[in-house]
Write a protein that binds this ligand. Structure first.
Ligand code: EPZ
Length: 419
């Protein structure tokens, strides 16, 4: 197993580029299943979750190859409608393949994705929406055996919660359904807009993505297209947190600043000077941050749950007390225990975390608890006095492209070592 060796205390300074969004790449790779031809996804990040999605595509019969920063998928011949358990287990968000496989093949056989470090990850909203479109779903010993009588049919679907994954699955299934689908209370995340843009390039007729109501007029079939994946807003937020908690001064480039509209004000409240310059964001941190005040995670465009952990690392060394309320996931504070091992003062009470800032954290041996929890520990290690050993970094590699190579040019003392 690999680990990261981090020596803290150096302010991060310089310029850093953001790679393509993991949470856009995954539904886009699923969408490629619908395309009877070649699809090219540019700016597709080299992440283990992207690798897992490409494995699923290959298993289904697609020809998949990486060309530098792009992934090329030819889904002309789909020869399977089933995703084996180990592949489903490798990445819980594989459930986003369900709608696309069912729409393309007329049937689908996947397993329940199961829970993860963030708590139970139900898919009731996915299944209810897909059933409204005509998917017949039998649950058998953890497997979802799905079939379509004829062709999926457009429907009126209202989500009780603006689930990102459910919105994606419904869009993917509705794109080639017969007739109109109107989806209300849809997720508004930028990744939803990116998916709709991609599908429309492939010949779909989708309007309203990014708003609460999305309208899809089904078409017969989709062709391939070329598409550039949007930048990863959570990776951008993570880099900004690393600069904020080390008293740094960085320019994050190739971002979509508007995607961080719910995040940037928090850094300003903590005393950072934040300036948007075109596609770049400049953050200059004070010698010591002020507390973040109240941070409530919300569906987009609110403060994103994925940025909660990285920001908590910054709050841990701020002056004053910050309060986090995690409204999206049941159990998303596993990183708090590891931060406490580094000297952080964090009290948890259900969905609330109270962080009393300390003058300094100290290095320690800690483990990634999940993807974004791991990112929090990288930020904390960079801010801490002394050396931090970070284990279980496979979690990090799911969503951050070689994070140690990205941060080193900014003056971070961080290196990957084999155990
Ligand atoms: C996506 O997960 C992201 N993952 C998550 O990012 C992100 O945290 C989340 O959206 C919220 O923004 C990908 O895009 C691959 P949801 P998803 O469906 O689709 C409940 C990361 O770190 N819910 O919006 O699973 C669910 O339990 C990951 O990159 C139901 O109850 O999120 C959760 O409490 C972590 N029933 C809430 O909704 C359902 O059918 C949000 O889930 C579906 C969801």
């Amino acid at each position: 197993m690999e680990r990261l060796m981090i020596t803290g205390g150096s302010p991060l300074r310089g310029e850093i580029k953001v790679h393509g969004a993991k949470n856009s790449s995954l539904p886009l790779l699923a969408a490629a299943v619908l395309c009877r031809g070649e699809t090219v996804l540019h700016n597709c990040p080299e992440l283990s979750d992207v690798g897992a999605a490409c494995e699923i595509l290959s298993y289904l019969g697609c020809k998949v190859r990486r060309q530098g920063r792009s992934v090329v998928i030819d889904a002309a011949d789909i020869r399977s409608h089933s995703v084996p358990e180990p592949l489903m287990r490798e990445m819980r968000s594989s459930i986003v393949f369900l709608g696309a496989i069912a729409a393309r093949a007329g049937q689908a056989d996947l397993s329940f994705p199961g829970g993860c470090e963030l708590g139970p990850r139900p898919i009731d909203l996915h299944l209810a929406g897909l059933k409204k479109l005509g998917l017949i779903i039998e649950e058998d010993r953890g497997r979802l055996l799905c079939r379509v009588d004829g062709r999926l049919k457009g429907a009126q679907i209202a989500l009780s919660f603006p689930s990102v994954g459910a919105t994606e699955n419904i869009l993917l299934a509705a794109a080639t359904a017969e007739g109109r689908t109107v989806l209300t209370n849809a997720a508004r995340e930028p990744e939803i807009i990116d998916l709709a843009d991609f599908l429309n390039k492939c010949g779909a007729k989708i309007s309203g993505a990014g708003e609460g109501t999305i309208v899809v007029d089904g078409v017969e079939a989709l062709r391939g297209c070329e598409h550039r994946v949007i930048p990863d807003r959570i990776v951008a937020a993570t880099y900004l947190s690393c600069a904020a908690c080390t008293g740094g001064d960085i320019l994050v480039t190739e971002t979509e600043p508007v995607h961080l509209a719910g995040i940037l004000p928090i850094f300003e409240e903590m005393g950072c000077a934040v300036k948007v310059e075109g596609k770049s964001i400049r953050l200059k941190a004070p010698a010591r941050l002020r507390a973040a005040g109240d941070v409530r995670t919300m569906p987009y465009p609110g403060f994103p749950t994925d940025a909660q952990a990285p920001l908590m690392a910054a709050a841990a060394v701020a002056e004053g007390t910050s309060m986090f309320v995690e409204n999206i996931f049941e159990s998303r504070y596993k990183h708090a225990g590891e931060l406490t091992r580094m000297g952080a003062k964090i009290k948890l009470e259900g969905r609330v975390a109270v962080v009393e800032g300390v003058p300094a954290l100290h290095g320690a041996e800690v483990s990634c608890t999940d993807l974004r929890g791991g990112a929090a520990l990288v930020a904390a290690g960079l801010a801490a006095e002394g050396e931090t050993i970070l284990r279980e970094i496979h979690h990090l590699d799911r969503g951050y492209e070689r994070i140690e190579e990205a941060l080193t040019p900014l003056g971070a003392h961080i290196r990957r070592i084999a155990d």
